[in-house]
Design a protein around this ligand. Structure first.
Ligand code: AMP
Ligand code: GLY
Length: 451
């Protein structure tokens, strides 16, 4: 088992200019979803890994790492775990601990953290903050207003007309957004967010509707510079054909054909790099992964929102395509020392289908038994990543809304999709459901283009 000062003389690690003789790192991943299972699998493959702990993790994470129960709101307990286990690097999965300042608390304790400080996590924590930031640094995004008064918000809505978008300011797990087709619908959304009279402590952002296709774009940032990581498209609606209520994401695929090398360069130049420079200029440097939710329209990419962590389920698909050693990249970003170049990805596609518990995104049915995971994983190019699961003896039990992230790789999105659904069909779980059409846009494009 390695700690700081243990060296692994091997030539397999890092085709990159990070280190030739690299010291092994003890790594703690915070979180318990499919994203964290995917991160844990990628770290477990790394020649530069010492020990790997996921807290609190899930039964999938437990196959590649030690899992430790932990309340992610208890930063003192996180720091104590790091000290006890001589952790060199903490990788933070979800946004809530970042917005609550876990990176600051780790820094005070001398532990490197992949994930931004509380001040830099405002890029996800407050939509108003991000809109003002975009205005200051000329980052393309929808025109907007910020409101604490109902009347002022409604006057703005009537002046701009519909379609128009109304958002709650703070973290709302994807539930604080109304894309209104009519002025009346937008006004009703304002009624739900702001009190009838006077100034409220709550805030609403109202912004223009952006037309185009959405892409999730990820860049690694070290406080002063950034490198493109990968991009994906996810399916946020619960129903096939992208209908019904929003969810955390019902599936994803990577790469999206829209994200050509030229488009990725543009996103880096127009959105990511100005953000990293702007945050540094303000004295709140951004370290970690910047997740830009983009709308790609006829006049190029515009920012819908930033997240300050990896996407879920995008990460499950993206990491299946990673042909590089993830860990040195994340460590370099955390330590403010990204090398030149960017991580290597396969030209293959990868596609993730989320299997959710009946009732999701409302009240999911918990406690039902899932069979067939091992059979699904025996199929070539398939990984079954676990999210809301728990173990009871030999059984895997549904323990959340999004439960499995069934992922497959293939030379085209169509083949990745076929393999992913062949794997889904191996899973015996009558109380679960999934969408049959993940990747439909890309598959239709491939059909139109190819033989
Ligand atoms: P957000 O929580 O800001 O990512 O918004 C959730 C979803 O609402 C996005 O993924 C988009 O599908 C949609 N959305 C948000 N803002 C806009 C906008 N200005 N124009 C069109 N769609 C939007
Ligand atoms: N899949 C969208 C997100 O992680 O927020």
């Amino acid at each position: 088992m390695g700690g700081p000062g243990h060296f692994a003389p091997n030539g397999r690690c890092a085709s990159r200019p990070i280190a030739f003789w690299i010291s092994r790192m003890n790594v703690l991943i915070l979180g318990s979803g499919g994203r964290e299972h995917a991160l844990a699998r990628a770290c477990a493959r790394s020649p530069s890994l010492g020990k790997l702990i996921v807290a609190p993790g899930n039964p999938g994470c437990a196959e590649v790492a030690r899992t430790v129960p932990l309340d992610l709101a208890d930063h003192a307990a996180i720091v104590a775990l790091c000290e006890r286990e001589t952790i060199d690097l903490v990788i933070v999965g979800p946004e809530a601990p970042l917005v609550a300042g876990v990176a600051d608390d780790l820094e005070r304790a001398g532990v490197a953290c992949f994930g931004p400080s509380r001040a830099a996590a405002q890029l996800e924590g407050s939509k108003g903050f991000t809109k003002d930031f975009c205005r200051e640094f000329a980052i393309p995004t929808a025109a907007y207003g910020r409101f604490r008064s109902r009347n002022e918000a409604k006057a703005f809505i009537r002046a701009r007309g519909a379609p128009i978008v109304v958002k709650a300011d703070g973290l709302a797990a994807g539930k604080g957004v109304t894309v209104a087709e009519t002025v009346e619908e937008a006004e009703a959304a304002i009624d739900g967010l702001l009190p009838a009279s006077g100034e409220s402590s709550a805030e609403a952002v109202v912004e223009d509707f952006l037309d185009g296709e959405e892409v999730s774009f990820f860049a690694l940032c070290d406080g002063v510079s950034a490198t493109a990581f990968a991009s994906a498209q996810d399916h946020k609606r619960v129903g096939e054909g992208d209908t019904g209520p929003n969810t955390g994401g019902m599936g994803a695929y990577s790469p999206p054909s829209l994200m050509t090398a030229e488009m990725a360069d543009r996103v880096m130049r127009e959105i990511v790099l100005p953000t990293v420079r702007g945050m540094a200029a303000r004295g709140t440097p951004f370290r970690g992964v910047l997740f830009a939710g983009l709308m790609i329209g006829s006049d190029g990419p515009k920012l819908i929102e930033f997240n300050v962590r990896f996407g879920d389920p995008e990460t499950e698909a993206i990491l299946e395509r990673l042909d590089d050693d993830l860990l040195p990249w994340l460590a370099a970003a955390a330590k403010g020392a990204l090398p030149g170049g960017s991580p290597a990805f396969s030209a293959d596609a990868a596609l993730t289908v989320i299997m959710a518990a009946r009732g999701y995104p409302g009240e999911p049915l918990l406690g039902t038994r899932i069979a067939g995971i091992a059979e699904a994983e025996r199929l070539p190019g398939v990984a079954v990543l676990q999210a809301g699961t728990r173990r009871a003896g030999d059984d895997i039990i549904a323990n959340g809304g999004r439960v499995l992230a069934v992922t497959a790789r293939g030379p085209t999105v169509r083949e990745a999709q076929e393999r992913a659904y062949a794997a889904v069909d191996q899973i015996r779980w009558p109380e679960g459901f999934f969408r049959r059409d993940i990747g439909w846009r890309a598959v239709a494009r491939e059909r139109a283009a190819g033989p």
